[in-house]
Design a binder for this molecule. Structure first.
Ligand code: S3P
Length: 144
C-alpha cells in the first residue's frame, strides 16, 4: 500500500515525507527525484518551459508509482500533466490532501521562484483553481 501526499506548494508535503523517511519509511519526493535525475537547471524549467518540466515530472511520477516507495510527495502541479494525473488517480494508493490557508502558503513560499514570477494575485488564482482538484481526488484531507 502506498500513500500519496498532495497539496499546494508550501503545504508541508516534502517536510512530512522527510519525517517519514527519517522514521524508516521508504519515501519518494518527486521534486527531489526530478532534480536528482535531470539537475537543478532543468527543475527551473517550470519558470519558462512548463511543458518540458511536466514531461520530466511525469517520468519521475511513473517511476515512483512503480517503485517500492510507501510514501510519495507529489509536486503541487502534478495534475498539469494529463498522464501523471491519470497514473496517480488510477493507482490504488491512498491520497492525503494537505490543506493550507492561502496566507500561510504565501508566508512559506514568498521566496520561491514560481511565486516571485507569478506575483500574489496570479498565485491566488492558481491556488483557488487547484483546491477543488486536490479535494476531489483525495481520500483524506488534513489541515496543515
Ligand atoms: C509546482 C510545484 C512545485 C514544483 C514545481 C511546480 C506547481 O512543487 O513541482 O515548482 O506547479 O505548483 P511543490 O508543491 O513541492 O512546491
Amino acid at each position: 500500500m502506498k500513500i500519496g501526499l498532495i497539496g499546494f506548494s508550501g503545504s508541508g508535503k516534502s517536510s512530512l515525507a522527510e519525517i517519514a523517511k527519517r522514521s524508516g519509511f521508504r519515501t519518494v519526493d518527486t521534486d527531489m527525484s526530478l532534480i536528482e535525475r535531470y539537475g537543478v537547471g532543468e527543475f527551473s524549467s517550470i519558470i519558462d518551459r512548463e511543458k518540458d518540466f511536466r514531461s520530466m515530472e511525469s517520468e519521475v511520477i511513473k517511476d515512483a508509482l512503480n517503485s517500492d516507495a510507501q510514501i510519495i510527495a507529489f509536486g503541487g502541479g502534478f495534475h498539469r500533466s494529463h498522464k501523471s494525473f491519470e497514473n496517480v488517480a488510477s493507482s490504488s494508493m491512498k491520497l492525503i490532501y494537505l490543506r493550507t490557508d492561502f496566507d500561510d502558503i504565501v508566508e512559506r513560499v514568498k521566496d520561491r521562484p514560481l511565486f516571485l514570477k507569478l506575483g500574489i494575485e496570479k498565485y491566488r488564482v492558481l491556488f483557488e483553481e487547484r483546491m477543488p482538484l486536490y479535494a476531489g481526488c483525495a481520500d483524506f484531507t488534513v489541515d496543515s
